[in-house]
Design a protein around this ligand. Structure first.
Ligand code: GLU
Length: 416
């Protein structure tokens, strides 16, 4: 069991990194180099509010590692998106991109703000100013942002436009754009779809039939809502769903299409009439086959981990489990499909978008989903086989593969 001293989210991710580095026998200097971000930028982002005042936000872009290709990772708008969190998420992108074997390094950006309280005009001005502040770090072959929590395809359209004002038309400088501006079809559903593909594979291995399997999903943003929709199509029984306002529970299964409509008209799932209201904490403790945290980090920790009653946890969010929670669940025999595998679908389709932008071409939905399925399934099988041969957890196996690939390439480049 890890000590109970509070550690930062960046240090938490490095608990997983250090285990992989140890098993790989990496020398201390290499370990130190790979653990740390390569470059970090903190910027002030002043905007004029709708009331006419000037408000100054803090933004970040952290480029964690670029050994395998251009830096790649989302931009988060959230009150908790501070430097430590952005740094942690940047490192997760490095290991994720290496694990699924797409030619990118890892990065993350963020602005500490609450987009839910801001107008469209304020968000546009915020995004433009932030893009101008970090523009010298970006580029199709340098660093390619994408959406994350609190940002979406509109945010990417503003970023692309602002970057283009300085450098000329460059659609490939961001991914997750609207399809009309060079985005890829299937990018909005990609993270949820990828999570569903690995869930399907895990169900096969564990002998759980997806038909009627009980599922609980925390979060109903882009990732959670698509996960729920696609699981519904697969015949699973979605019994619990939540968003920031709270959740609902129905042991007989929630009518997924009606729920999606309710969210569209009422902007929350928590008031859906066909179920009992539960808090986000209660939701995580529901008895089910698959629990899918698809919201923010650290929602399962040492205090509530012993109460989790799922057979499998699929980490659609980034870092939803603390290392302590991870140990508790492993000891209890819960299978945990780690974030760097489970939520890689988003960046995989970002990769497809980036390649499509190079040759100004559009793939169709079938091709996108087919190639996504191939990459997700291949990564899942590699992780499963590594876990079995080394007698380690799926998370340890995923980090072992990701860290091993980055370490190998860093050495090949010969820059140290
Ligand atoms: N923000 C997503 C993630 O955490 C996608 C990143 C991307 O597409 O670059 O994986």
């Amino acid at each position: 069991m890890l000590g109970s001293k509070e550690i930062t989210v960046y240090e938490e991710v490095n608990v997983f990194f250090d285990r992989a580095a140890e098993r790989l026998g990496l020398e201390d200097g290499v370990r130190e180099m790979l653990r740390r971000p390569w470059r970090e930028l903190q910027v002030s982002v002043p905007i004029r509010t709708d009331e006419g005042d000037i408000k100054v936000y803090t933004g970040y872009r952290v480029q964690h590692n670029g050994a395998r290709g251009p830096y790649k990772g989302g931009v988060r708008y959230h009150p908790l998106a501070d430097q430590e969190e952005v740094r942690a998420l940047a490192s997760l992108m490095t290991w994720k991109n290496a694990l699924v074997d797409i030619p990118f390094g890892g990065a993350k950006g963020g602005i500490q703000c609450d987009p839910r309280t801001m107008s469209e005009g304020e968000l546009n001005r915020l995004t433009r100013r932030y893009t101008l502040q970090i523009e010298h770090l970006l580029g199709v072959n340098r660093d390619i942002p994408a959406p994350d929590l609190g940002t979406n395809s509109q945010t990417m359209a503003w970023m692309m436009d602002t970057y283009g004002q300085v450098h000329g038309y460059t659609p490939g400088v961001v991914t997750g754009k609207p399809v009309e501006l060079g985005g890829s079809v299937g990018r909005d559903s990609a993270t949820g779809r990828g999570a569903v593909y690995v869930l399907r594979e895990a169900a096969k291995d564990l002998g759980i039939s997806p038909d009627g399997a009980r599922i609980v999903v925390q979060g109903f943003g882009q990732v959670g809502s698509w996960t729920v929709r696609l699981l519904g199509e697969m015949g699973c029984k979605v019994i619990g769903v939540s968003d920031v306002d709270g959740g609902i529970y129905n042991p007989n299964g929630i009518d997924v299409n009606a729920l999606v409509q309710h969210k569209e008209s009422c902007r929350t799932v928590s008031t859906f009439p066909n179920g009992d209201r539960v808090t986000n904490e209660e939701l995580l403790e529901l008895d089910c086959e698959f629990l899918v945290p698809a919201a923010i980090d650290k929602v399962i920790h040492r205090d509530n981990a012993p109460k989790v009653r799922a057979r499998v946890v699929v980490e659609a969010a980034n870092h939803p489990l603390t290392p302590e929670a991870d140990e508790i669940l492993n000891a209890a025999g819960v299978t945990v499909i780690p974030d760097i595998l489970a939520n890689a679908g988003g960046v995989i389709v970002s990769y497809f978008e980036w390649t499509q932008n190079f040759y100004q071409h559009q793939w169709d939905m079938e091709r996108v989903n087919d190639e996504l399925n191939k990459i997700m399934t291949r990564a899942y099988i590699a992780v499963k086989e590594k876990a079995a041969s080394e007698r380690i957890t799926l998370r340890e196996a995923a980090f072992l593969i990701g860290v091993g690939r980055v370490a190998k390439v860093a050495k090949m480049r010969g820059f140290i």
